[in-house]
Design a protein around this ligand. Structure first.
Ligand SMILES: [Zn+2]
Length: 362
């Protein structure tokens, strides 16, 4: 089929999914998405109404080279990117970054390490049900943590960083939900940030698990740098003296004056005992696991009604000083490391204390 070049073929946004790009092109030109999509796609099998993009047709439609398009659209890259390094769900981009891109909302597939648009101080990860916009202007340390996260990525690579950051977010959620008798300085910081992001009395409209994730993100990145460090992993697995050094480091990091006394059965000790020798965990699901649909420009998080009801209950009952942050611990964003925490390999590690595989009774 001969494809006529569009009069105004705007460029795609970096990390945009192709369905989102084609939908924007259609809107800009006053066309129906399906009409345009049919011109540049073909059925995935005979008689199927589900269609797959033909990259060469998109090249003709836009007048942009495949190289240019693939630079922004991960789905067009050859060879295909390592999808393990990307989230499995597309999400709305930073609305300020994309305001100059016409044609409506932009859906992006971001790599695991993108949590904050540093330029505009907007939280962009993980995707959440209600896609609330979360401004971080009152919390500069969260944007700073994104820079530290990128430095960790450069040092350790994506696989180790992915594991360390998610493990650390899960640990912070657990420590927040179940504080010791004397909460750490980090715990008070999480409550303070939560009160800014989810102001008291507004939780039914302002609650989101992504905001809980933002509240713990600075300490999670600090913790992740230790979990990813070969030196601190050896300290965690070593002799009693080594482990004491590791515990002192954690106590300082969390501003926890009594961590030495309270550490038994906490999730960091559990990690040191049971998981610190294990290789990085892999994502459970990949973007490419999704079945092609007739509407690749639309994306909604698929939630069971029961899951949505649970979300609403979390919002109604939210109290940053109580177990309401269980929503973060249970969130699918940390599912890969949560699953591992529940399924520890019995390894002989710390000689003076057995593993506590059933600690995670949240
Ligand atoms: Zn931005």
């Amino acid at each position: 089929m001969v494809i006529r070049r569009l009069p105004d073929p705007v460029p795609p946004v970096r990390h945009e999914i192709t369905g989102s790009y084609v939908a924007r092109l259609a809107r800009i030109h006053g066309m129906d998405f399906g009409t345009l999509w049919d011109q540049i796609s073909q059925p995935i099998k005979p008689q199927s109404s589900v269609r797959r993009l033909i990259p060469a047709q998109l090249v003709m439609l836009t007048g942009r080279s495949l190289h240019q398009l693939a630079g922004a659209l991960p789905e067009l890259r050859t060879p295909a990117p390592d999808w393990h390094a990307f989230r499995h769900e597309p999400q709305p981009a930073c609305h300020i970054c994309t305001a100059r891109h016409p044609g409506g909302p932009v859906l992006q597939l971001l790599p695991h390490h993108r949590y904050v648009c540093v330029r505009h101080q907007i939280w962009i990860g993980p995707p959440d049900v209600d896609h609330l916009t979360t401004s971080l202007t009152e919390l500069p340390e969260v944007a700073h943590a994104q820079r530290r996260h990128l430095r960790l990525l450069q040092r350790a690579g994506w696989a180790v960083t992915y594991d360390a950051v998610l493990t650390a977010i899960l640990m912070c959620g657990q420590l927040w939900s179940r504080p010791s008798k004397e909460p750490s300085g980090a715990w008070y910081e999480w409550v303070r940030r939560a009160n800014i992001l989810i102001p008291p009395g507004t939780s039914e409209s302002s609650f989101s698990t992504a905001r809980l994730c933002a509240a713990v993100y600075p300490e999670a990145i600090s913790l992740a740098t230790r979990l990813a460090s070969p030196h601190w992993r050896l300290q965690a697995q070593g002799t009693w003296t080594d482990r004491t050094q590791f515990d002192m480091e954690i106590a300082q990091l969390l501003a926890h004056p009594t961590y030495e006394r309270d550490r038994l059965h906490d999730p960091i000790s559990h990690w040191a005992d049971a998981n610190s020798r294990r290789p990085p965990v892999a994502p459970i699901r990949l973007f490419t696991d999704r079945k092609p649909t007739r509407t690749p420009h639309l994306y909604k998080l698929s939630l069971h009604a029961a899951t949505r009801r649970t979300q609403q209950r979390h919002a109604r009952e939210f109290d940053p000083t109580s177990r309401a942050v269980d929503a973060l611990v249970m969130h699918r964003h940390v599912a890969s490391v949560y699953r591992r925490a529940w399924n520890p390999v019995r390894v002989s590690t710390y000689p003076h204390r057995p593993p506590h595989p059933h600690y995670f009774g949240v």
